[in-house]
Ligand binder design. Structure first.
Ligand code: ZN
Length: 206
């Protein structure tokens, strides 16, 4: 744990820790309203922002509870060309909390893009995700919320809710596209997932 001013920032658990493989526990309304859980949500928000990341699930700070925080600011998106943002269907998403989420795919369209994970060092990998999803959850106050999302936001929701089910993005990746953070800008910058897949080829394992 580090302190940045008055903020408590926790270390992010890395893949290999069993907490990332457990099914996170659902919260009762009383548990959600407790001071401890409200404090946990604030620490998750500050830890996500410090990373920085666009989403963080409680297991990623070692707490097996069904809570995730999400925020994809215009500031984060500034470094990407407008055509890339359009290709990713990525638009700003305000900070929000999802508790006990239930996700379902909407339609059958799957899209492939590179993604990374704060619990997977700086690796990038191509992951196929549903283009559209619907999520029912509670907000941090215990109020039921319904989310219809598409594009990058739908990807973030799928990634974070996977964490609550003990799934890490490497479980869903095309393994031949796994790329270190150092090599990603060298070999993959500006390329689509399809471009990179055509370069790395298909698995020759039998
Ligand atoms: Zn992750």
């Amino acid at each position: 744990m580090t302190d940045k001013g008055d903020k408590e920032i926790l270390e992010i658990v890395q893949v290999g820790d069993p907490v990332l493989r457990a099914t996170a526990k659902q919260l009762s309304p009383k548990e959600l309203a407790s001071r401890d859980v409200q404090k946990l949500i604030a620490v998750m928000r500050d830890t996500m922002r410090a990373a920085p990341g666009v989403g963080l699930a409680a297991p990623q700070i070692g707490v097996s509870l069904a809570i995730a925080v999400i925020e994809d600011t215009a500031e984060y998106q500034k470094g990407h060309a407008p055509e890339r943002l359009a290709a990713f269907e990525r638009t700003p998403v305000d900070f929000h909390v999802i508790v006990n989420p239930v996700l379902r795919f909407v339609g059958h369209e799957m899209v492939e893009h590179f993604e990374g994970c704060l619990s997977f060092a700086s690796f990038h990998m191509v992951v196929a995700r549903s283009r559209k999803v619907h999520v029912d959850a509670l907000d941090e106050h215990g109020k039921p919320i319904s989310i219809d999302a598409s594009g990058w936001y739908a990807r973030i929701l799928q990634h974070e809710i996977d964490h609550l089910n003990g799934i890490v993005c490497c479980d869903r990746m095309d393994p031949r596209t796994l790329c270190t953070g150092e090599n990603f800008p060298r070999f993959c910058a500006g390329k689509s997932a399809a471009d990179v897949k055509s370069i790395v080829g298909r698995s020759k394992l039998t």
